[in-house]
Write a protein that binds this ligand. Sequence first.
Ligand SMILES: [Zn+2]
Length: 131
Amino acid sequence: MKRDLNSIAALEKAIAEKFGNEAAMNPKLLWNSEKEQEYLKQSRESQIKEAKLENSQQKIELDGVLIAKKLINKNVERHCDYCDRYSFNRDEAVYLTKYGTCYKCYIQYIMDREERWKNGWRPKMEQKNGT
Ligand SMILES: [Zn+2]
């Protein structure tokens, strides 16, 4: 028992020399705060890592400009199936999403003939048929 008390006293003395009296008063506090600091540091680092990863996943460089990948995917969807036209017009995106065509093709093939379209009719595209 006496030896234990002595070794605790020696430990407190060593801590006091290293960290100052305040820490020696409560070694547990020191340990906790060290552990907390370490935890905070690690959590900060992992947050930074995650943020970097997220960034690299969500943004790609296009002509030297960072663009959200989501946007690029949307642009791919904005490719008209019938006239091979790319549309970046927000209003046209509605037709592209709904029918897979641009507004021009919608007017030409679908408007007032939506039933026909729904029944599976599609315009014959010379380019695609190779004739
Ligand atoms: Zn089109």
